[in-house]
Design a protein around this ligand. Sequence first.
Ligand SMILES: Nc1ncnc2c1ncn2[C@@H]1O[C@H](COP(=O)(O)OP(=O)(O)O)[C@@H](O)[C@H]1O
Ligand SMILES: [Mg+2]
Length: 234
Amino acid sequence: MAGAFIEAKDLRKTYHVGKIEVEALRGISFEVRKGEFVSVVGPSGSGKSTLFYLLGGLTRADGGSVVLDGDDLAALSDAARTRMRKCKIGFVFQKFNLLPTLDARSNILIALEISGNGRGDPAYFDRITELLGLTKRLAHRPSELSGGEQQRVALARALINKPAVVLADEPTGNLDSKNSEIVLSMLRRSNQELGQTVLMITHNPEAAKYGDRIIHMRDGQIVNPEEDPQWVGR
Ligand SMILES: Nc1ncnc2c1ncn2[C@@H]1O[C@H](COP(=O)(O)OP(=O)(O)O)[C@@H](O)[C@H]1O
Ligand SMILES: [Mg+2]
């Protein structure tokens, strides 16, 4: 598709646990255009996180391909794939993944260092930390922050490089409704204002509505909404 920014083609992934094989992805194909905000929903175990890892180049697929901004992830060297991850993708995880010994400010700024973007854009740092309500929390370590605050720090870290794409796996999975609203609004704002492409995985129908479009997964495949039991009757 012309203008496809993320292109997943027939993605397959099987996990081997002892003698048992778990087919987590059984042929997933879809495209996301530049600047789209797409939600991916599906019950637990449907393969959403596996898809997230493959799209972000964090795991290799057993079959199929991911093309991100014109680059086939499998064709890139490890170094080139790592560089793409650091510069082009902002990751948000359900469990925040902050560094416990660093304060909030350093947890955000470390993303600039890792990507080689130096000090970045200080005005942008001030803006996103303010929008995320973190201005008075920047000297706090993760253990001195609530779960919602930790996720807001993690989101600031994901956004600070102004990545072309933001990949979020259940970013509101551990949050109350107030914090969920802050995180989701920020994702939508950065999508609208910076034209960032956002792919957000969630099992919360309310959160999914923040996207322009919803992809439904079940048993490692994409299904029609009518086949998604969570969606029937909505
Ligand atoms: N590292 C792993 N080793 C073995 N099985 C896994 C692993 N990760 C996920 N699975 C299995 O793959 C399937 C899809 O998991 P996952 O992608 O985490 O789904 P979701 O995020 O939708 O809950 C599940 O059956 C899960 O148990
Ligand atoms: Mg998951």
